[in-house]
Write a protein that binds this ligand. Sequence first.
Ligand SMILES: Nc1ncnc2c1ncn2[C@@H]1O[C@H](COP(=O)(O)OP(=O)(O)OP(=O)(O)O)[C@@H](O)[C@H]1O
Ligand SMILES: [Mg+2]
Length: 397
Amino acid sequence: MIDKQILNNINVLYAEDESIIQEGIKETLNLFGINVICAQNGQEGLELFKESNNKIDLILTDIKMPKLDGLGMIEKIREINRDIPIIITTAHQETSYLMQSIELNIDAYVLKPINIYKLEETLIKAIEPSILKKKLIEKNKKLEIEIAKNEEKQKIMEAQSRFAAMGEMISMIAHQWRQPLASIGTASFNLKYKLLSGKFDLTTKEGREEQAEFFTGKLDEIEFYVQNLTTTIDDFRNFYKTDKTIVKTTIDKSINSSLKILQKDLETNDIEIKLNLNSKNIINIYENEIIHVFINIIKNAQDKFLEKKIKNAVLEITTKDLDDGIEIEIYDNGGAFEKDNLDVIFEPYFSTKKEKNGTGIGLYMSKIIIEKNHNGKIAAKNINEGVSFNIILHSMI
Ligand SMILES: Nc1ncnc2c1ncn2[C@@H]1O[C@H](COP(=O)(O)OP(=O)(O)OP(=O)(O)O)[C@@H](O)[C@H]1O
Ligand SMILES: [Mg+2]
């Protein structure tokens, strides 16, 4: 399909010494929407071309002209630009020049007297490839800018998600530490109290033994809680490592690690966890990222349970091996999402928790982690009395 629009606004350098012919053709070309720059001979044509600053899209030239003829001009122009489309106008008796014009890589010729329809068709055929190429280059440039912008956006979102996760983590650590810290406080208070109140009769052997037993018991208790605090820190630190390392594991282990991090929160909020973990396949994954996804999904369910004040809140996690991967299902009974199509919840910044400062990037990042970084699939749907997230994962190596 020939697109005549393609001629609109192109710049043509037209060299022709017979001004009557030139005037007539120029007027017609103008009607096609072409801007015509006229030269009376090859020399003038060459100079105009050099001055044009690459603005000329096509050259139309007569052959026989004074000072410098058409082929002489083309030879010089080809030294500067090997690709610009060139059409020559020629009379029958000049066909002997055609061999030379082939060597100069001329795109087409039009016989004189010029048939306007033929000229239009020839112009279109000659200009089409270079205009398409220009358009393609422009499109590519725009695309590159778009890609760079997207990458920038992605980085900002990753940083936001990291910050949000960090905030959450600090509050989770605080949560998990509260109880052991309180226990250490009580144990040391008891020690001090018994010591200062003279409860033990240190003059007798029994009294001294009683004191030693009491002290050892309390110190063991303190040691146990300190160990507990240390483990919590290690769990979180492992999860929060910024380096992306591939870990060989089973998905069931990763789920247990996620639950360990969330354990206190879930317990405090009376959320029952039902586990049907049946995946034995060893897979290679960016485990920290995957744990991040599980935490995002579980925290969302917990947010909903709390917001809707759900009694008998249940979170059910099921895993199973597939022929070429693993399937994970995380279901909550906290009520359906308001729309049937849940795709919207994976969009960046979509959040129904604006008043609670929901960032709306938790699930967006989760989708990137599963689908882009792990080549898997994540989807959500309303089932029974709640929402179910389905994840398919494959081993990365
Ligand atoms: N289990 C679920 N049931 C119903 N709706 C959900 C569930 N999980 C997520 N959503 C909806 O998807 C939205 C987007 O979740 P996402 O985790 O991306 O952001 P958020 O939870 O709103 O914010 P943030 O994670 O920063 O707290 C939520 O605001 C909520 O409306
Ligand atoms: Mg969330």
